[in-house]
Ligand binder design. Structure first.
Ligand SMILES: Cc1cc2nc3c(=O)[nH]c(=O)nc-3n(C[C@H](O)[C@H](O)[C@H](O)COP(=O)(O)OP(=O)(O)OC[C@H]3O[C@@H](n4cnc5c(N)ncnc54)[C@H](O)[C@@H]3O)c2cc1C
Length: 380
């Protein structure tokens, strides 16, 4: 006789969907019920947002119905989680129901908070969700000359390379339109180099210089002044713009803070190897919802889901999973059309950028197909 346990997964994005599907492959339905609660009807492949504003990809291929992405045997509930009680072991959703669990995986990602920067809303543009990326495509088409400033409004964002990838494509886009000489591209970055990983920063900086991109380092955005068209940094520098493209600040979800699992930042502290929350050995956090010292990336969510699915499946089967999550992450980052660099890193290993490759660009350009057909299904 089996006594069925329940794994409850909160969030229907990259981390939650991959975890559910991987776990289903590893466990018997009689042993483990897998329930996912999520509030996104559509699953958007966010990495495509870097290319969509330049018309390099058809955005319709970047979106699927969330419900179609779950493998048979995963129960998917469309609702919004409004309370998580890890002491009483239940979760409450907006429609009023509550769900108990044996294993809880929080994979609610994070949210954009443009309201955190005075002057941002209604003035700055970005490409961090589909609507913004499509609207930026129209704005870029109308831009014929002047200063464009591109940067990030807070140090911690999803996919740290995305701003430099976007900058390289911006340079290519205006060259192709034959008006690059009428445009100054300014790139701002909050550290004293152009990217967080030192060796990659040197590589990217060299390409920026070759392409005439003006850099402003140690630039932590404080305010946007729409009247005078300047963006101001905490360090006292002001940069004038005709178009401002600024990745909005991020925070974890409100339900996380409201449930007392994190402070105002909304990011949850977890064990960096076991991914469990505090003293609880039945509560795990993966993906962008964590405070882990790894990039907020779908690739990191993928590796974390791999680790956690094996950990839970082993426990369900009465065994102990000896491996740890080691901070692994990998990504292809664009340095222009038809060129990209691949970055591999972990807690112990720093990323290195060695050479640009067309093959890496092709991997990146086709990654929505790989993601929807393989990765999200749990078969990679
Ligand atoms: C422009 C851009 C480019 C990127 N490029 C790359 C890249 O090249 N490589 C890479 O690896 N990563 C990239 N990323 C990052 C990657 O998309 C994220 O790191 C990844 O989506 C994180 O997965 P997640 O499941 O943690 O969060 P998400 O995918 O955001 O999923 C969270 C889910 O939880 C749901 N949710 C939230 N709150 C609740 C609630 N209260 N109740 C129910 N459901 C809730 C949300 O609706 C959402 O579906 C990029 C991101 C952006 C924006």
């Amino acid at each position: 006789m089996y006594s069925q346990k329940r794994a409850l997964i909160l969030g229907d994005g990259a981390a939650g969907t991959i975890l559910a599907n991987k776990l289903r492959f590893l466990t018997n339905k009689n042993e483990l019920e897998i329930v996912v609660i999520g509030n996104s009807k559509k699953h958007y492949f966010k990495p495509d947002g870097v290319q969509i504003p330049f018309g390099l990809l058809d955005y319709r291929k970047s979106v699927k119905n969330s419900e179609f992405l779950f493998n048979a045997g995963v129960k998917y509930i469309q609702d919004e989680v409004v309370r998580i009680d890890v002491d009483q072991r239940f979760v409450t959703v907006k429609s009023g129901k509550s769900y108990s669990y044996d294993y809880l995986a929080i994979a609610t990602g994070d949210r954009l908070t443009p309201e955190d920067v005075p002057g941002y809303e209604g003035e700055a543009k970005h490409f961090y969700n589909l609507q913004a990326a499509l609207s930026l495509k129209e704005d870029l088409a109308k831009f014929n000359g002047g200063d464009i400033v591109i940067g990030q409004a807070s140090p911690e964002i999803q996919c740290p390379p995305a701003p430099y990838e976007f900058t390289f494509l911006l340079d290519h886009y205006f060259r192709k339109r034959g008006i690059r000489n009428k445009i100054n591209i300014h790139y701002t970055y909050p550290l004293n180099r152009v990217f967080t990983m030192p060796q990659v920063a040197v590589f990217v900086d060299k390409l920026f210089q070759e392409r005439g991109i003006i850099t402003h380092t140690m630039f932590n955005v404080e305010t946007v002044d729409p009247k005078n068209k300047v963006v101001n940094s905490l360090e006292g520098e002001s940069v004038k713009y005709d178009m401002l493209i600024l990745v909005p600040p991020h925070r974890g979800q409100k339900v996380i803070t409201d449930s007392g699992l994190a402070g105002e930042s909304g990011y949850i502290d977890v064990d960096r190897h076991k991914l469990n929350y505090g003293k609880y050995d039945d509560v795990f956090v993966i993906g962008d919802a964590t405070n882990l010292p790894v990039s907020k990336a779908g690739a990191a969510a993928h590796f974390q889901s791999g680790y956690l699915s094996h950990h839970i499946a082993s426990e369900v089967g009465g065994a102990v999973y000896e491996d740890d999550y080691n901070g692994e992450c990998a990504c292809y980052t664009i340095t222009g059309v038809n060129e990209a660099i691949s970055l591999w890193f972990s807690y112990e290993k720093n990323a290195k950028a060695n050479f640009k490759s067309k093959l890496d660009y092709i991997f990146k350009w086709t990654s929505a197909d790989t993601y929807f057909s393989g990765m999200v299904r749990g078969i990679m």
